[in-house]
Design a binder for this molecule. Structure first.
Ligand SMILES: Cc1ncc(COP(=O)(O)O)c(C=O)c1O
Length: 380
């Protein structure tokens, strides 16, 4: 019997080694990894540049308190904000923690309580973020939720009329990840931005899954008309080290003053070293263009399968969803058996989140495996 609380439905595979796009299990079976710890290892497994930087830091210092200055935090904050209207960063350890901090920031900043989020959204598992999340299954059994989170229909113009002077913030993912890889329409985002501006409502973008180059730009919002007041990032920021961040404008520095928020491990030197190396690798323009090109290639190739069990292929950069005409759980298992790891996004969407350094031949290998499973028509 396991001594772990059974909060996850785990696959019967234990992964023990990883290099680049591949991982190996305890039985020596090798897998092409197209889930990357669910959009975490954006540089692939153990990228030598990140590994070397962390090994050097391991020899020096593992942890200090945030009561001391940190040039590493300053450097990562600079990489996260350079060339943007966003200028100030708070470091923490996960996506939910970043969102929870953003929630506190919004409350204190606006002195209002109504926050509008969207159906099918996902923002994490803390108590406030459960309330923010637009999926009933996440909240089931936990009783009364933190008040004043209201859920609007995603991509629905009429819903935007709910944004008024009562509203503190509109809070969204520009591509809903866990909800099924659902892309916000840019015309709708333009209308959302206009309505928010009209009533001086803050915009919070949850970039926990879409950020750090995943969609072919540093942040997904950079390909939209949105000008957020706060964004949150985590997952891909440090190639597998736990880290999260709230990224915001100069005004927030007058709201989050000493003593208002904190996190013991936030901005830890090991995580910051991994984050610095990760950002140096991922953010150059040529790298972002490659992510866009590889994503287009992957989606074009997979679109040829429309008409089989595949209904639609959608995404941006290397965040790709394959909507199927059937539940995807048996497809995920069939793919595992032939050496490809992918993750679901809701009951009938397969989600592909490869390394942002994935090669063309690795893309072709994954496409071939997906084609072979889809053509077998695995049924539930
Ligand atoms: C958009 C989004 N927000 C927040 C979270 C929560 O992040 P974490 O699991 O690091 O708390 C996730 C995790 O999947 C996510 O996809």
């Amino acid at each position: 019997m396991s001594a772990l609380l059974p909060t996850y439905q785990r696959h019967d595979i234990e992964l023990v080694e990883g290099t680049g796009s591949f991982v190996t299990d305890t039985k020596g079976q090798r897998y092409l990894d197209f889930m990357m710890g669910i959009a975490v290892c954006n540089t692939g497994h153990r990228h030598p540049y990140v590994q070397h930087a962390v090994e050097e830091q391991l020899q020096k210092l593992w942890h200090t308190s945030n009561l001391f200055i940190s040039s590493k935090q300053e450097r990562v904050a600079e990489l996260l904000t350079k060339g943007s209207h966003l200028s100030h960063v708070f470091f923490c350890n996960s996506g939910a923690e970043a969102n929870e901090g953003a929630f506190k920031l919004i409350r204190k900043w606006t002195q209002k309580t109504e926050i509008l989020t969207f159906s099918q959204s996902f923002h994490g598992r803390t108590f406030a973020m459960m309330a923010a999340t637009g999926q009933d299954k996440i909240k089931a059994g936990f009783g009364e939720m933190v008040p004043d989170f209201k859920h609007l229909m995603f991509n629905d113009f009429k819903s935007l009329e709910r944004i008024t002077e009562q509203t503190a913030a509109v809070w969204l993912e520009v591509i809903q990840g866990e909800g099924g890889v659902i892309l916000a329409d840019n015309d709708w985002l333009q209308a959302l931005m206009a309505q928010a501006k009209k009533y001086d409502v803050k915009i919070v973008i949850d970039e926990v899954q879409t950020g750090i180059g995943r969609t072919g730009s540093r942040y997904a919002f950079e390909q939209t008309p949105l000008q957020p007041d706060i964004i949150t990032v985590a997952k891909g920021l440090a190639s597998g080290f736990p880290v999260g961040a709230i990224i915001t404008t100069p005004v927030a520095a007058t709201v989050f003053t000493p003593g208002t928020h904190g996190s013991t491990f936030g901005g830890n030197p090991l995580a910051m070293t991994a984050a610095e190396a990760t950002l140096e690798l991922l953010l150059p323009d040529e790298q972002m263009q490659q992510v866009q090109q590889k994503g287009m290639y992957l989606m074009e190739q997979l679109s040829e399968l429309k008409g089989t069990m595949i209904r639609e292929v959608r995404g941006r950069g290397l965040m790709v969803g394959i909507e199927c005409r059937q539940a995807v759980a048996p497809l995920i298992q069939a793919l595992q058996q032939i050496g490809l790891l992918v993750v679901s996004a809701g009951p009938n969407v397969l989600r592909l989140l490869p390394s942002l350094f994935v090669t063309e031949s690795e893309l072709d290998l994954a496409i071939e495996k997906i084609k072979s499973v889809c053509q077998q028509e695995v049924m539930m």
